[in-house]
Design a binder for this molecule. Sequence first.
Ligand SMILES: [Zn+2]
Ligand SMILES: [Zn+2]
Ligand SMILES: [Zn+2]
Length: 141
Amino acid sequence: MPEIQGAIRVLRAKGYKVTQPRKQVLKVLTQAQKPVSPYDVQKILQQRGEHLDHVTIYRILDLLCLLNLAHKVLLSGGFVKCALGDEEGCHRFMVCRQCGAFQEFADKSLCEEENELAWHLGFRTEQHFSEFFGLCAKCQG
Ligand SMILES: [Zn+2]
Ligand SMILES: [Zn+2]
Ligand SMILES: [Zn+2]
């Protein structure tokens, strides 16, 4: 499956084994049209006659998030595959309150501004999580 080749390369480059369960979860994330919970992942796999337990799915999702291959969308509690690759700056989401559409974006200068703000307050930032909530272009009409 070519869509997960990029993610597989990242796993290998960081010294992680490309196991069958990791490939299964990556495939589910790649094909999903919206954020999926670990329970959703399990259900989708079951429909294909594949089975992974919850703990395994959680661990794999954690690892994929750590490697920036997937992200947790905080507003939905679900996980999505990263759509940006290694674009600089923290990866964030805009989520439409009406249709649920979400868009990933990154802005390095936004991160720098936030880091500076934190620096003034004596805090050293390692990562930013933020989401924009509102209306997508389609739903504004
Ligand atoms: Zn991303
Ligand atoms: Zn919308
Ligand atoms: Zn940042």
